[in-house]
Design a protein around this ligand. Structure first.
Ligand SMILES: [Zn+2]
Length: 83
């Protein structure tokens, strides 16, 4: 996974948000190398706790990545049957 400066990620997330996409921060644990995805959407943290080993990585130093998913409620995603 490629890592980008956190400010760059936030800028990209903003522009995606305007297009209706939710962004999830991702980072690599500096200790064990595990890939982590933050649960809160559209939120970028300066530090990330590894879900595997619990180590806290300074994301301002290491950088982070992001993934996007379409912002929609489950019922909207499936659509409603037309009468
Ligand atoms: Zn870890």
């Amino acid at each position: 996974m490629k890592l980008h400066p956190i400010n760059e990620c936030i800028e990209v997330a903003k522009s995606w948000r305007e297009q209706g996409l939710d962004t999830y921060q991702q980072f690599l644990c500096a200790k064990c190398g595990e890939k982590n995805t933050v649960e809160e959407k559209n939120t970028f943290f300066a530090e990330g706790r590894c879900g595997d080993c619990g180590y806290v990585t300074n994301l301002r130093k290491t950088g982070c990545n992001y993934m996007a998913s379409w912002s929609s409620e489950p019922e909207k995603r499936h659509g409603k049957a037309k009468a």
